[in-house]
Write a protein that binds this ligand. Structure first.
Ligand code: HEC
Ligand code: HEC
Ligand code: HEC
Length: 120
């Protein structure tokens, strides 16, 4: 295909001008993967055996999008998969920071599958 003479310098400059927007386009899917619409919270080590059929809790960035990133990161959650338990939440940490019956529905007394949702 490209067995002809080398492209004139003018053409090479044009390709350079497209380089930046092209790099931004290629980077977009990487950013989307780093900010998942929803994710499973990892189960704490040693807790796997308690209710093995219970799906790991599902957290949705989409349904929490009314909050700015800094409401949760880095104070309540790191931007990385990290395990925690109901004890943490009962003491007001992690999801329990809001799911306390005041800001949002409480963890205790809510149907388990609301958070431990099966499927995806
Ligand atoms: C209501 C709280 C909340 C808000 C608001 C929030 N996040 Fe998160 N985010 C979480 C939770 C919970 C996790 C998972 C932490 C865990 O695994 O324990 C998480 C995880 C992440 C991760 C790591 C994903 C992974 O799988 O490694 C990234 C990146 C991230 N959030 C980015 C963002 C960005 C960007 C925003 C704003 C647009 C945002 N978050 C807003 C709660 C929130
Ligand atoms: C407000 C959301 C929410 C509700 C409602 C909820 N859980 Fe959880 N649960 C979590 C999160 C988050 C974790 C940590 C991730 C994981 O292990 O799935 C968790 C973890 C667990 C664990 C692992 C051990 C532990 O103590 O953390 C068990 C067992 C569990 N939940 C059982 C239940 C049962 C049974 C119900 C209903 C009576 C329930 N959960 C309701 C969010 C919830
Ligand atoms: C910054 C406060 C805040 C934090 C932190 C937070 N939530 Fe929520 N969440 C809310 C509010 C507000 C609503 C909507 C009001 C309601 O339903 O009571 C909500 C709604 C939900 C819903 C119902 C909508 C849906 O996605 O199906 C689930 C499930 C849920 N949260 C799970 C979690 C889990 C699991 C965590 C921890 C990993 C968490 N939330 C952390 C404030 C928060």
């Amino acid at each position: 295909m490209s067995s002809g003479p080398p492209a004139p310098a003018r053409r090479r400059r044009r390709a350079g001008a497209w380089g930046v927007p092209l790099a931004a386009l290629l980077a977009a899917p990487v950013l989307a993967a780093a900010y998942p619409g929803s994710l499973r919270i990892p189960r704490e080590k040693g807790e796997e055996a308690r209710m093995p059929s219970l799906p790991q809790a599902l957290f949705s960035h989409r349904t929490h999008a009314s909050f700015g990133c800094f409401v949760c990161h880095p104070s309540t959650f790191p931007q990385a998969p990290v395990a925690f338990t109901h004890s943490d939440m009962n003491e007001g940490r992690r999801c329990g920071h809001c799911h306390n019956g005041t800001v949002a529905f409480a963890v205790a007394g809510t149907a388990c599958e609301r958070c431990h949702a099966p499927g995806r």
